[in-house]
Design a protein around this ligand. Structure first.
Ligand code: ATP
Ligand code: MG
Length: 648
């Protein structure tokens, strides 16, 4: 029987299974499925893990839940910088590397826990000496340099609320976010290196501050030097290195209530105007520390590399707070994966013997497009665990990652979570879970997720909305300055359930398959189709590197499928290729999914965190004005696509 005669459900079935190897299981932090039974009692599960952290005062109650308002570890006090630093410098970890940093031009710095502790204390004193107090907001706008986590930890030491803005953002995005948070102080670097160019961060700040009267002081880190070319403003601008020379090396940590805000972080803006997500102290700490240790199977000797920028939640939770809670060694790389050559990541892995590598599907698809010749000359045998986050990973991209980077051996953890969730929610446990390419598998212990229909009823097998049914420690507590938006966005669609905004399918084994944003679901001839499935079918074709699929309105079918496709390097985008790809999709998932139109494009519009922005492609296909484009990585991509689309 050929594929095209199979019923739809059958074709969605992924038959490849990857159980963890015995070798991995034997040494894993979590290798007994009893952890899932313990996780059924949410409060006792998280309370058990909370005991592993340092508190000034313990909680009176684990959880107070007045939907949608949660308090975790009620009455407890702690300080996150103490958990990330003070705990470790009392042991031999004092001289362990906290960060191994590589600059884009090639410099290397090793920062031990003792170094980090000293600098954080000093910088916390600098902030205090300029009047920053508990509860004040501080905006941080830097490239990927060690001063960025130092600044965050210094804020957390004195109880200031940090708002990190990704260094790729423009002046307008800065103005919105600084004013929304009403930041009193800004910490920036003079500039950042990106593919050999200089991004003028301080000049952007100067421009933005013309419209941000709330900001009193700016602290500047010197990264670029002369070439950054900017003016300092007398009485407002201060140099980091000058302040640090005089600062005293001990700063008493603030006793933070478990529910005191730790940071504000704006969402990526894939679906609309970014939201200022508020995270608090105690629950977030327990959530990120625990998930980091269990999901990444962290061992003392690991060299762990999360490639995310700290400007995104993945960088906050899994490059700064989670790993430092666990005393692990983090690799931090300043620049782009293709600078100076397309082998930079693999050369870094070989050079530092990286053992755990956590990246995004968008990066994996880019590596696929570039081809394995950039990889094969490197020794990647130090890798023992791989992870992915940010978008659904297409099964073929998963297989490519498994074979070419994992050499067919290392487990892959496909982790689903959001800025709002604070930490990983759905993931395999690498020493327990049998993985299936493209599935994030099941909820982390102590987390209760479900797939529900329009009425909020559980869908045992099949597709629906992904919801979270019980509060979790790292959950957002509100949207900054806008509690109504918090209630409206997350708690209004279904009663007593957190609405994630993502579509999801559950298979007969209870495995979860993320299907992209519910806003992106297409209705073709009365059938619900997910963009993810059609994209994965396209990526399954050997000539395709990446695909973005949308539904545009169509008089006959309701919606028609339009696909924007990036071919692998060297493949020609001919009319024949279009027909071939259409048939490939029809064969893979059924004739109903056959795209009506296919466009070839070397680039797809993506957010600065690398996610495909389908809403803009929909605007193009329906010939509307483009919605909010401020979070686009490269606005010229969408312009070029629009022109091309209208020509055709
Ligand atoms: P906005 O909310 O402003 O539109 P955003 O949702 O892109 O921005 P993030 O919080 O960075 O902002 O992204 C979370 C989203 O990323 C999830 O809701 C989901 O759609 C997607 N995602 C993250 N990890 C995975 C994963 N492993 N599999 C599938 N989707 C994922
Ligand atoms: Mg979102």
């Amino acid at each position: 029987m050929t594929d095209s005669h199979k019923p739809l459900e059958d074709l969605l079935h992924e038959n490849r299974h990857f159980p963890p190897s015995n070798e991995f299981v034997d040494q894993a932090n979590a290798n007994n499925s009893d952890i899932f039974n313990r996780g059924k009692n949410i409060e006792s599960f998280w309370e058990g893990h909370a005991q592993e952290f340092q508190w000034f005062r313990k909680w009176e109650k684990v959880l107070e839940w007045d939907c949608p308002w949660a308090k975790w570890f009620v009455g407890a006090t702690t300080n996150l910088s103490v958990n990330c630093l003070d705990r470790h410098i009392k042991s031999w970890r004092r001289n362990k590397a906290a960060f191994i940093w590589e600059g884009e031009p090639g410099e290397e710095r090793v920062i031990t826990y003792a170094d980090l502790y000293r600098d954080v204390n000093k910088f916390a004193n600098c902030l205090k000496s300029h009047g920053v107090k508990k509860g004040d907001r501080v905006t941080i706008y830097m490239g990927m340099i060690p001063e960025l986590p130092i600044a965050m930890l210094a804020c957390s030491r004195i109880g200031a609320i940090h708002s990190v803005i990704f260094g790729g953002f423009s002046v307008d995005s800065l103005i919105d976010r600084i004013n929304d948070a009403q930041s009193k102080l800004v910490i920036c670097s003079d500039g950042a290196f990106r593919r050999g160019n200089i991004i003028p961060l301080k000049r952007n700040i100067d421009e933005a501050l013309k419209s941000c009267p709330c900001v009193e002081k700016v602290i500047i880190v010197r990264r670029i030097g002369e070439a950054a070319q900017f003016h300092t403003v007398e009485g407002r601008d201060l140099w980091w290195h000058r302040m640090m020379q005089e600062a005293s090396p001990w700063c008493e940590p603030e006793r933070m209530d478990s529910e005191d805000p730790l940071f504000i972080l704006y969402t990526s803006g894939t679906t609309g105007k970014p939201k200022g997500i508020v995270h608090t102290t105690g629950g977030y700490m327990v959530g990120v520390g625990t998930t980091h240790k269990v999901v990444f199977d962290i061992k003392e000797e690991d060299v762990y590399w999360c490639t995310a920028d700290i400007g995104w939640v993945t960088g906050h939770s899994y490059l700064v707070y989670g790993p430092l809670c666990n005393g692990s060694t983090n690799l931090m790389y300043e620049g782009a994966p293709d600078w100076p050559e397309r082998d930079r990541f693999w050369s870094i892995i070989e050079k530092y013997r990286v053992s755990i590598f956590y990246t995004a599907p968008t990066a994996i698809r880019t590596f696929m497009r570039w081809g394995v010749e950039h990889i094969n000359s490197y020794d990647l045998s130090s890798l023992r665990l791989l992870g992915t986050v940010g978008e659904p990973i297409n099964p073929e991209a998963w297989m490519w990652y498994h074979e070419n980077i994992g050499r067919g051996k290392t487990p892959i953890v496909d982790t689903w979570w959001q800025t709002e969730t604070g930490h990983i929610m759905i993931t395999p446990l690498p020493g327990i879970t049998t993985t299936k390419p493209g599935s994030a598998t099941k909820a982390f212990p102590g987390i209760e997720v479900d797939v529900v229909d329009e009425e909020g009823n559980t869908v045992k097998e099949g597709g629906g909305y992904l919801v979270i049914k019980k509060p979790w420690p790292g959950m957002l507590r509100t949207v900054w300055g806008n509690p109504d938006r918090y209630v409206q966005t997350y708690w209004s669609k279904f009663k007593n359930m957190y609405f994630t905004g993502d579509g999801c399918k559950r298979d007969k084994d209870g495995y979860l398959w993320l299907m992209g944003r519910v806003d992106d679901i297409m209705i073709v001839g009365g059938h619900n189709l997910s963009t993810t499935e059609v994209e994965s079918a396209l990526v399954d074709h050997h000539d395709v590197a990446e695909a973005a699929v949308i539904g545009r309105s169509d008089e006959i079918t309701g919606q028609a499928i339009v696909a924007f496709v990036t071919l692998k390097l060297g493949v020609k985008g001919t009319q024949d290729k279009i027909e071939e790809l259409k048939s490939h999709v029809a064969r893979k998932i059924g004739p109903i999914s056959r795209p009506k139109e296919i466009f070839f494009s070397a680039d797809l519009p993506k957010t600065r965190s690398g996610k495909i922005m389908r809403r803009l492609l929909r605007d193009i296909a329906e010939k509307r004005n483009l919605g909010d484009t401020t979070t686009l990585a490269d606005p010229s991509v969408i312009q070029a696509l629009r022109e091309k689309y209208e020509e055709d």
